[in-house]
Design a binder for this molecule. Sequence first.
Ligand SMILES: [Fe+2]
Ligand SMILES: [Fe+2]
Length: 167
Amino acid sequence: MLFCYRIKQFYWALTAKINRDDDSFIKSILNINELKLFSKLSIQEQKHSVKVAYDVQSICNDKFDKVNINLLLKAALLHDIGKIYKELNILDKSILVLGDRFSKGKLKKFSNNTKIKVYYEHAKLGKELLEKIENNSRLLYLVENHHDEKINDDLELDILRHCDKNN
Ligand SMILES: [Fe+2]
Ligand SMILES: [Fe+2]
């Protein structure tokens, strides 16, 4: 079952595209500074975040009085923002290719470690990144803890984690 889901996720990632509806949805939620950061995510990560936000929106229709939907939609779009560090631009890649050749492969280990670090720490990295442009401590909290399974008394965090897992 999980294997089929992973295959589906892989297919979604390969075919990910931000369409016009997604674009206006994103622009209705994020401000200019947030949009600048969001655009640095890979298209796959952008699409994942949009799908999480769509799910948040549909779930929150029944719980509108209990949660801050605008905040939660923002958190959904920005929850994986720490992953912008994972993407290497063309210049980075060129330097890595040359560095790899000159260091006889030792640099490869370093680049893998960076990716692993971002994978495990993207929630914390995302919070630190957002801190520079946001002063909403609740938004920062949701982003920082979106993988923390130990917190189980927070409805907004529960909704965010649930929608994240489904996408
Ligand atoms: Fe995440
Ligand atoms: Fe996510």
